[in-house]
Design a protein. Structure first.
Length: 248
């Protein structure tokens, strides 16, 4: 049981996605260099099929967050090409990136909920940014939070929530626009087993709903809990599982 007495597993799928809305992701020789000359990603090439579930693994500093930020369009690659759904991110321009971000949900390593807004308003915000009226955005956010068993938290401020609750609200926020691509950065880091299991269930449902899911983690328990392809990074390079088709 979670939150307002809802049996979490019996509630219907909260996200209305369909498989063919998901987008293929291709990276060609991508590097990301932070000033003055530190290569956080170094010649990374990889492919992710629509509707795939991918774990991005590697030790601290391997470049996982850096890669997720590039996929979100929050940072630009220093070299190479990133193509999502046939669109080259380097050529999209600001408006194109904003549109892309609307079809992408991101759960950050530190949840990044806005402390001055209620849980409901945090979840409604991306829907409003995507063009919904404040009333529609809040009603959509409420329905999603209710479906996820978080109804009792809607009026709370994020700082008053437990770490596990904050992560679940961050997932609700990432899912409110029915994303084609869900990116999650260490979503179970520092969570107890039960909270982590609830997060796993959210990712499973988003994936079953048709989203392509990319999860950065070095949590072995999370890796065992969901079937997914593992792409391993070490010091900014892909060392296993890049998903590239075999050479012809
Ligand atoms: N804005 C930045 N400026 C300079 N260096 C950075 C910046 N962001 C990340 N780095 C460096 O790039 C490398 C990769 O960082 P990144 O955050 O992608 O690693 P990570 O795999 O997510 O690690 P963790 O598991 O600790 O979250 C690290 O050495 C980090 O110090
Ligand atoms: Mg990280």
């Amino acid at each position: 049981m979670i939150g307002g007495g809802t049996d979490f597993k019996s509630v219907p799928l909260p996200v209305r996605l369909c498989y063919d809305r998901a987008q293929v992701i291709r990276l060609y020789h991508v590097s990301k260099v932070y000033p003055p000359r530190f290569a956080a990603l170094n010649d990374v090439s990889l492919h992710v099929q629509p509707g795939e579930f991918v774990f991005l693994t590697g030790p601290s500093g391997a470049g996982k967050t850096t890669l997720l930020r590039l996929l979100l369009g929050a940072d630009a690659a220093s070299a190479g090409q990133i193509v999502i759904g046939g669109r080259n991110l380097a050529r999209l321009g600001r408006q194109g990136i904003t549109r892309l971000r609307r079809s992408t949900g991101m759960v950050f390593q530190d949840s990044k909920l806005l402390p001055g807004l209620t849980v409901l308003d945090n979840v409604a915000l991306p829907a409003e940014a995507a063009g919904a009226s404040p009333r529609d955005a809040r009603s959509k956010a409420f329905a999603l939070l209710r479906d996820l068993g978080l109804k009792d938290l809607v009026r709370r401020a994020p700082p008053s929530l437990s770490g596990g609750e904050q992560q679940r609200v961050a997932f609700a926020r990432a899912l409110v626009n029915d994303p084609r691509l869900l990116l999650a950065d260490e979503p179970t880091g520092n969570l107890d087993e039960e909270s982590a299991a609830r997060i796993v269930e959210l990712m499973r449902r988003a994936h079953q709903g048709g989203a392509t899911v990319v999860v950065a983690t070095h949590d072995p328990a999370l890796l065992r809990s969901l079937p997914g392809r593992e792409i391993a990074l070490r010091t900014g390079r892909v060392v296993a599982g890049d998903g590239a088709p075999p050479p012809e």
